[in-house]
Design a protein around this ligand. Structure first.
Ligand SMILES: C[S@@+](CC[C@H](N)C(=O)[O-])C[C@H]1O[C@@H](n2cnc3c(N)ncnc32)[C@H](O)[C@@H]1O
Length: 361
């Protein structure tokens, strides 16, 4: 290749790397704004000086000033008069950014993705070590940011889409969940928002949530209590592979790719659904193959490297699935677990694919 072509490509690539570093700084600064309540204070109180914002959030003015300046230079905040003295400048959160950064109920709420990204990088030393040893990093070692980040990221969809769009698109399941006494098992329920979403959408349904992570189970129980649903939603600390019972619907939301033994978990789900219950899995919308990646696959591989693969490798033996679980991989797990067929449900979503696992052997 001609030298000038290589130089042009080199410069373009160098720019891409620099942009990526800027993106990481965006993520960490968004994390600070979210965690310290800076965005919320700006959204609630309108334009603020750094003194006012620091007082409102119980933070130190010098740090807040640096953050406000960084946020303004990178286009996240606006400032009334950049030429005036630092103490007189008033910073604000543009209206179009409010929902994305502060509205916990919105389907456009993306602040938790920053929380998730920061959390995923927290045990980076353990990940480096795992690359050498072939071991893994336990889910608990990622701490609250990953657990809460996932929960906050998925919560709006579970509260606003799960019942109203996703399950209602499966008419027989929808009808069954409307019968009095219908029961759902939700494995890998995390902070419990999917269980709460289903209980809200189907007013007589009983949901048992199961998760192995003690901190997540405690958070889920708190969330269920806060939602006033303790009479219909119970959360159990249990390995998904050990789930027993008889359920009309057995679900796993963004969980199967994380477990070391997906076949064991799917087998337990099949048993819990009995002869005529239904098993539904929601997992990442991957492309059909490495040669045909989906739009979100770059993001998925990033989370896989830092989090999902090390988590899946923490327990041995393991299938070591990683975040990028393709449809044919799930179909192979389902086959090994005794299902006859896997139907990809016609539910449109940029991030998720929904599978209905059918048949018993
Ligand atoms: C990515 S999180 C998803 C949580 C939740 N379903 C959601 O969508 O918000 C995966 C969850 O699976 C749980 N998990 C992983 N392996 C498990 C197992 N063997 N049994 C039960 N839960 C498991 C983790 O503790 C974690 O809460």
């Amino acid at each position: 290749m001609a030298t000038d072509v290589i130089q042009t490509e080199r410069d373009a690539f160098a720019e891409r790397v620099l942009d990526a570093v800027g993106g990481v700084n965006d993520v960490y600064s968004i994390y600070l704004g979210d965690r310290l309540g800076l965005y919320a204070a700006l959204a609630e109180r309108g334009p603020q000086t750094t003194d006012e914002l620091a007082a409102a959030t119980d933070t130190h003015e010098r740090y807040v000033r640096e953050w406000c300046e960084q946020q303004t230079v990178t286009g996240i905040l606006a400032v009334d008069d950049p030429a005036t003295t630092p103490e007189r400048r008033r910073y604000s959160l543009p209206e179009a950014h409010v929902e994305v950064l502060t509205d916990e109920e919105s389907l456009h709420f993306l602040a938790p993705f920053a929380q998730l990204a920061v959390g995923a990088a927290t045990p980076i030393e353990q990940v480096v070590e795992a690359f050498g040893t072939g071991g893994g990093v336990p889910y608990a070692d990622y701490g609250n940011d990953v657990h809460e980040g996932v929960a906050r990221a998925n919560r709006p969809s579970f509260y606003h889409l799960l019942g109203e769009e996703w399950l209602s698109a499966i008419p027989d399941v929808d009808a069954r969940l409307r019968r009095v006494g219908a029961r759902v098992a939700d494995v890998g329920c995390g902070h419990g928002h999917s269980a709460i979403g289903m209980a809200r959408a189907y007013p007589t349904v009983h949901v048992d949530g199961f998760d192995l992570d003690a901190a997540s189970v405690a958070a889920a129980r708190d969330n269920v209590a806060e939602a006033g649903l303790e009479d219909r939603v119970a959360v159990h600390r249990r390995d998904a592979a050990d789930v027993t019972g008889e359920y009309d619907l057995v679900t796993a939301f963004e969980c199967i790719h994380d477990v070391a033994d997906p076949v064991g978990v799917l087998r337990a789900m099949r048993r819990a659904a009995g002869d005529d219950g239904t098993v539904v899995v929601m997992d990442e919308r991957t492309g059909d193959s490495f040669a045909d990646p989906s739009d979100v696959e770059g993001l998925l591989y990033g989370f896989s490297l830092l989090h999902c693969l090390p988590v899946g490798m923490a327990e041995q033996p393991t299938t070591a699935t990683g975040t990028v679980m393709r449809a044919d991989t799930l179909a192979a797990y389902a086959d090994a677990a005794g299902f006859d067929a896997v139907e990809v449900l016609p539910i449109e979503n940029d991030f998720w694919r929904f599978y209905r696992l059918e048949g018993r052997r």
